[in-house]
Design a protein around this ligand. Structure first.
Ligand code: CA
Ligand code: CA
Length: 281
């Protein structure tokens, strides 16, 4: 939606048109269709600075639904998920895409970095910002994952975003198709963010469902999210990486659940780390 602002009141207009980072959400249909997509779009004139998602299920844990993509473009965030290629999922579920939108930032660019395209069990790739720019947001996607690939991490740092994915641990049959992972770094000149804040955790455990919260410094709000599964080894599905609504818009939460792969045994302890990209203004 375009903002129509009075030409004779530029200061008020500026304040009105720069309320800070805003969230825009879109949710897919809710049913048991195996593959779903939701696309959240920024208002005209704004750009995506970060992305988030939630897989919504009455089961809460979404054990057999796997994140396939959190694909960012300047205008939109496309979140996609697919039921397990082995078990499917009989429950109704949906996926919500969240676009964090802001006025255009100087030096804004999105860098895409594909992994190799083969059927290796594990693969990772890193998108590097051009020299002098900083990563402010993260995205990823999987090509030809077929409901088999488990996203293990989407980790931001000062000038890059790294992603990793696994085929399910010890699955039989194994996944034999060629697949590709893409890392995406949303980059900008270093002026409007202070980088990412990560949650801490006390211990790994074997809970079915685990979440962790990262909190921006006082006066700052979440402008992007990211996550890292530790010790998951392809046995844990990310089911959400999102932030709260005001007054909790300074908190990002990552949620993960033991996947259907635990049918093959899950004795490792694991946890999930949440990252919040925080806006200064
Ligand atoms: Ca289904
Ligand atoms: Ca394989």
């Amino acid at each position: 939606m375009a903002l129509l602002l009075p030409a004779d009141n530029s200061e008020a207009a500026t304040q009105a048109s720069i309320p800070g980072v805003q969230k825009y959400k879109a949710t897919s249909t809710t049913d048991s269709t195996a593959s779903k997509v939701a696309t959240a779009t920024c208002p005209v004139g704004q750009q995506v600075v970060g992305a988030a998602f939630t897989i919504n299920s009455a089961m809460q844990t979404s054990r057999s639904v796997r994140l396939e993509g959190l694909l960012v473009s300047p205008q939109s965030v496309k979140a996609s998920a697919r039921e397990s290629w082995l078990s499917g999922d009989n429950d109704d579920w949906s996926i919500t895409a969240v676009a964090y939108c802001d006025d255009p930032l100087p030096g804004y660019v999105i860098v895409n970095a594909p992994s190799s395209a083969n059927s290796d069990h594990e693969k990772s790739t890193t998108a590097y910002c051009p020299a002098g720019k900083r990563a402010i947001g993260a995205g990823m996607s999987i090509s030809n994952g077929g409901g088999a690939i488990i996203v293990d991490e989407m980790i931001p740092s000062a000038d890059r975003v790294s992603v990793k994915g696994f085929e399910p641990y010890n699955a039989s049959p194994s996944y034999s198709a060629n697949w590709t992972m893409y890392a995406q770094a949303i980059c900008a000149d270093p002026l409007s963010t202070q980088g990412f804040v990560a949650s801490t955790y006390l211990a790994r455990d074997q809970k079915t469902l685990t979440s962790n919260v990262s909190v921006c410094p006082p006066g700052k709000t979440v402008m992007s999210t990211a996550f890292d599964l530790i010790g998951s080894l392809g046995r844990v599905n990310m089911t959400g990486s999102t932030s709260g609504d005001a007054p909790f818009n300074d908190e990002a939460t990552a949620v993960a659940a033991i996947s259907d792969s635990d049918l093959f045994g899950h004795s490792e302890t694991w946890t999930v780390v949440s990252y919040a990209g925080c806006a200064i203004r």
